[in-house]
Ligand binder design. Structure first.
Ligand code: F6P
Length: 370
């Protein structure tokens, strides 16, 4: 009997999602003779049983398209807003899996999706995930799809900011996505030649950043580019956070704050503007802020992301054909490897402090804020 699989995309969109859907879909239908249905808008659509037929026609012409043809949402099965209340809809989702006669469910998503998938695995579903996010912060995989495209966009932005910063003798603070990990800011900062790179893994001292900029001025460079990940914290904020985490009540409060990712965009922007103002005061140079925001997630996926998403998507159907479930299909070297969801869910791949990218940045004289 032909296997029937469901597919959904969950969490923030990223370039390469449609390529991955195509990779799963074409190999499932054409090579393995499986059936495929899509669920719209992530776990919300699966809860509401809003499906999309997946066939040769709608899998065609999506390779280069940004976003996701399935739609996405940040809804979690166990905490879904329904009629103004937060309700556990896990059993409804499990019911729809069985009612649709599925043999497996493929979830394309980032860190949150891995946790949701693990919960559904515990309910007996045959579930597989693919690692997607421009943040590149999913554990156990070399890389996530979406990252390479976003890296290109952010690097291009830094390149362009250079000429205007240079002409006006200004500091430009460019805020780059990445609330838990600094891969994108670090990668684009190095590739784009930022003078200062601030990432969440390294709490920064504003005086250190200001001194690096003043030193550049002394050497005749009266402009500077500061590439800053949205989740950076100053040394003082970091200490305050540590103190809170030592306090039990504070710990619970911090947890709640991380869950409410959607509310933090303006908080990030406030911090970025605050840093720019501090740098103006401390250096005497004019400062401007550029927030790249969702530009980094839009548009055509890079060739590297298309290759990666296709590689992961086809490896996923191969696993399904063998009856291997409960795993994330990770990128490892040139190939792929199934990793147990238990080893991925709830873990964040941050930038190790001894990572070669950090070492290279320091060796070329980039200020890392410490
Ligand atoms: O998780 C990916 C990401 O792009 C983060 O870098 C960013 O903080 C967040 O999504 C923004 O989420 P939203 O699109 O829901 O505002």
């Amino acid at each position: 009997m032909a296997k029937k699989i469901g597919i959904l995309t969950s969490g923030g969109d990223s370039p390469g999602l449609n390529t991955a859907i195509r990779g799963v879909g074409k190999s499932a239908l054409n090579y393995y003779g499986m059936q495929l249905i899509g669920f719209r808008d992530g776990f919300r659509g699966m809860m509401e049983n809003r499906t999309m037929k997946m066939n040769a026609a709608n899998l065609s012409d999506i390779l280069t398209r940004g976003g996701t043809i399935l739609g996405t949402s940040r809804d979690k099965p166990h905490r879904m807003p329904v009629d103004g209340k937060i309700v556990d809809m896990t059993d409804v989702i499990v019911g729809n899996y069985h009612d649709n006669g599925l043999d497996a469910l493929v979830c394309l998503g980032g860190g949150g999706t891995q946790k949701n998938a693990l919960r559904l695995k515990a309910k007996g579903l045959n579930i597989l995930t693919l690692p997607k996010t421009i943040d590149n912060d999913v554990a156990q995989t070399d890389i996530t799809f979406g990252f390479d495209t976003a890296l290109g966009i952010a690097t291009d932005a830094i390149d362009r900011l250079h000429s205007t910063a240079h002409s006006h003798h200004r500091i430009i603070v460019v805020e780059i996505m990445g609330h838990r990990a600094g891969w994108l800011a670090l990668g684009a900062g190095i590739a784009g030649g930022a003078d200062v790179i601030l990432i969440p893994e390294i709490p920064y001292a504003v005086e250190s950043v200001a001194e690096a900029i003043r030193e550049r001025s002394r050497l005749g460079k009266s402009f500077s580019i500061v590439a800053m990940a949205e989740g950076v914290v100053s040394k003082q904020e970091h200490e305050a956070l540590l103190a809170k985490q030592n306090d039990k009540a504070g710990k619970a409060k911090e947890k709640k704050k991380t869950d409410a990712e959607n509310d933090t965009q303006s908080q990030y922007a406030e911090k970025t503007v605050r840093l720019a103002k501090q740098l103006e005061l401390l250096t005497g140079l004019e400062a401007r802020v550029t927030i790249l925001g969702h530009l980094q997630r839009g548009g055509i996926p890079s060739a590297a992301d298309r290759l990666l998403a296709t590689r992961l998507g086809t490896a996923c159907t191969e696993l399904i054909s063998r009856g291997e479930y409960g795993v994330m299909v990770a990128a490892r070297g040139e190939g792929t490897r199934p990793v147990k969801l238990e080893d991925v869910a709830g873990k964040v791949k941050t930038v190790p402090l001894d990572h070669p990218w950090i070492q290279s940045a320091r060796l070329i004289g980039t200020n890392m804020g410490d």
